[in-house]
Ligand binder design. Sequence first.
Ligand code: NZQ
Ligand code: ZN
Length: 383
Amino acid sequence: MQDFTYQNPTRVHFGAGQIAKVRDEIPADARVLVTYGGGSIKKNGVMDQVEAALEGYQWWSFGGIEPNPSYHTLLEALEVIKREKVDYLLAVGGGSVADGSKFLALAACHAGDPWEILAEGKHPETALPLGVVLTLPATGSESNGNAVVTNYETHDKLPMFSELAYPRFAVLDPATTLTLPERQSVNGVVDAFVHVSEQYLTYPVNAPVQDRFSEGLLLTLIEEGPKVLSQPDDLAVRANIMWAANLGLNGLIGRGVPQDWATHMIGHEITALHGVDHGRTLTIVMPALWEEMFEAKRAKLAQYGRRVWGLDGDDESVARAAIDKTREFFTRMGAPVSLSEAGIGADSIDQLVDNLARHGFTAIGEHGDITPDVARRILTRAA
Ligand code: NZQ
Ligand code: ZN
């Protein structure tokens, strides 16, 4: 196992009625901005619960944060923060609202051009405190310091990380997810699956605790994931998925082990260029990446095949069959496993690879050996 430092500062309130805890978390004299997306929270009663929790507070709201949050929309929210002297952010929604609000938490305290935060990694020394009421289990954003923001004018979808961006608290009430459209439920399951894989499917470093945690999460997502299609009103299923997605990217399983993330970096380019949902870019890229990087990943693929899929045989055949099983799982979930299934032609591969290189992602993967040429081969396999 590799050496590491681990802290997750986000307090999680999980279960029915927990939105009321917002009141215990946010100081009574705070000036709060509630950020949200396209309005799902107004239809499903989540906003009513947030309003009840904030009774007596001074608060404002900013809606319209898009899936894959837009940098320019967030600049509008930043104006509200400055005008109203907001000093606490409450994000209510999915990963996009949480991510956009993390960027805002930093941007509100940044003296220079906010774009520097994303493009140059220039971060302020402090950030506004942030809480999250999660309505879409997928990203783990409610319990981590990551955010991804898109500049639609330039097709730049850029990730950032800051210790300052960890939410102070996160409310996970599975009942809020019962209104998810099937497509978003699927996106969440496969996104969480790929998060675990990015931290697990690399090479062995004698880290059985992390491996067993990861295998447990993958097995849970394989067992519970299809149930959101067959029994979408089952609250227990929603709860299991919500907790699995949180643990998939709250930092725990990735400590002390190599991490990949190349599927995500390539996937972000597909979203930036073609607008494909985040989770669906991952199901397109990851199986092709595993095939292209087969030798480097063979040992872990074989372990995964045996422990998660119950396969028997020699390493080579188990590892190959594990990739097939993964594709079948994504297909069973209704997610695409090729660019063509997402309506993207092979003629866009050059542009995707150019954008990846322009963003500086020229040596990605756990060994830093996924160069633009290798990314091109991965995308060609995924065509
Ligand atoms: O905007 P509203 O009206 O709320 O509708 C949203 C949106 O259209 C809807 N939705 C959310 N909760 C709902 C609901 N509809 C009905 N009922 C509910 N309870 O779902 C749609 C998608 O929401 P979004 O927040 O975009 O989805 P997700 O949580 O999958 O977030 C995706 C974003 O997170 C980034 C992705 O790149 C993408 O921009 N990621 C963030 C990560 C992180 N911070 O660690 C890691 C991930 O790998 C990922 O990159
Ligand atoms: Zn993801």
